[in-house]
Design a protein around this ligand. Structure first.
Ligand code: NAD
Length: 296
């Protein structure tokens, strides 16, 4: 049985096409959705993210502005900057690039983003709405996973789902989303660093979702035959090229070559969860803009 590789790029393109049409419609009404990104200090990984975010935003017609704040800004000064963006009517969505310098508390900064401009869905108000199945601006990666699962056409009802990783931004909101339906929900199990026997839980999963950040964590023998595997992890691992020179390769948390031999569906890394996450960020920006305009 050959596994189907879930094409995140293609799914993301479809979502972006829809956003593009929506943005064009808004522009005809004189509404210009804008996404504002805040980068504090210098970070090479954030530079790459920002570049990709700008490209994707501009592709769909969303205005993208990068605010570069100096490394030595203190917590209060950053918060005041965010509050300024909250007050500015031209700003529809705000995103903080992580990591931030060590002397800053990123969670406390994110909490200051107005819920209506919180396009990453990290504000407690937006997280809280998820409990009631009424999320509007939802955490992008968790939503991306739900869309990737939907793309397989496999009903979630009654399935055993194991989520590995219980972070505030991925594992926890994803579990709430999985439980959204009153009668057709799957049965999620959430594993984390303190889980005693990880393989026990992963082996019984019809759907296995991994968000840890450890290359090679999930080996082939930890996966059920015919499962659906969504790999969220992003790890930069050193490899040697043909000439024996060291370079870096991006891999997920699942040993792809082993998993692909026995699963029904699997997301690749890169090209799986990542592009859909970015597309949801753009969709949230348009949603945020509409919320601010009173549903237009
Ligand atoms: P995090 O560091 O906040 O959380 C890691 C989670 O993994 C925790 O719940 C921890 O308990 C658990 N964990 C750690 N070691 C474990 C082990 N040995 N066994 C079981 N669980 C273990 O991470 P995060 O922000 O949720 O990100 C997780 C990964 O997903 C990272 O690689 C990150 O880069 C990636 N990520 C990708 C996207 C995307 O768009 N593709 C978005 C967000 C995060």
């Amino acid at each position: 049985m050959g596994a189907q590789i879930i094409d995140g790029k293609k799914i993301a393109e479809g979502i972006k096409e829809e956003i593009k049409e929506e943005v064009a419609r808004l522009k005809e009404k004189g509404i210009f959705p804008s996404l504002h990104s805040v980068m504090i200090g210098e970070n090479p990984a954030s530079r790459v993210y920002v570049k990709n975010q700008r490209k994707s935003a501009e592709e769909v017609g969303i205005e993208y502005t990068l605010h570069e704040l100096p490394e030595n800004m203190n917590q209060q000064e950053v918060v005041e900057f965010i509050e300024g963006l909250n007050r500015d009517e031209r700003v529809n969505g705000i995103i903080i690039q992580v990591p931030v310098p060590q002397h800053l508390n990123v969670r406390d900064i994110q909490l200051k983003i107005s819920p209506e401009k919180d396009v990453e869905g990290v504000n407690p108000y937006n997280m809280g709405l998820l409990v009631y199945g009424r999320g509007k601006l939802v955490p992008c990666t968790a939503k991306a996973v739900m869309i990737l699962l939907e793309s397989t056409g496999i009903p979630l009802k009654g399935k055993e789902v194991t989520v590995v990783g219980h972070s505030e931004i991925v594992g926890k909101p994803l579990t709430l989303m999985l439980l959204e339906s009153l009668y057709e929900a799957p049965t999620p199990t959430v594993c984390h660093i303190a889980t005693r026997d990880l393989a026990f839980h992963t082996r019984r999963a019809d759907i296995l979702i991994v968000a840890v950040g450890k290359a090679g964590l999930i080996k082939g023998d930890m996966i059920k035959e015919g499962a659906v595997v969504i790999d969220i992890g992003i790890n930069r691992v050193p490899v040697l090229d043909e000439e024996g020179k060291k370079k870096f390769k991006i891999v997920g948390d699942v040993v792809f070559e082993e998993a692909v031999e026995k699963v029904a569906f699997i997301t690749p890394v890169p090209g799986g969860v990542g592009p859909v996450t970015t597309a949801i960020l753009l969709r949230n920006t348009v949603e945020a803009c509409k919320l601010q305009k009173g549903g237009e």
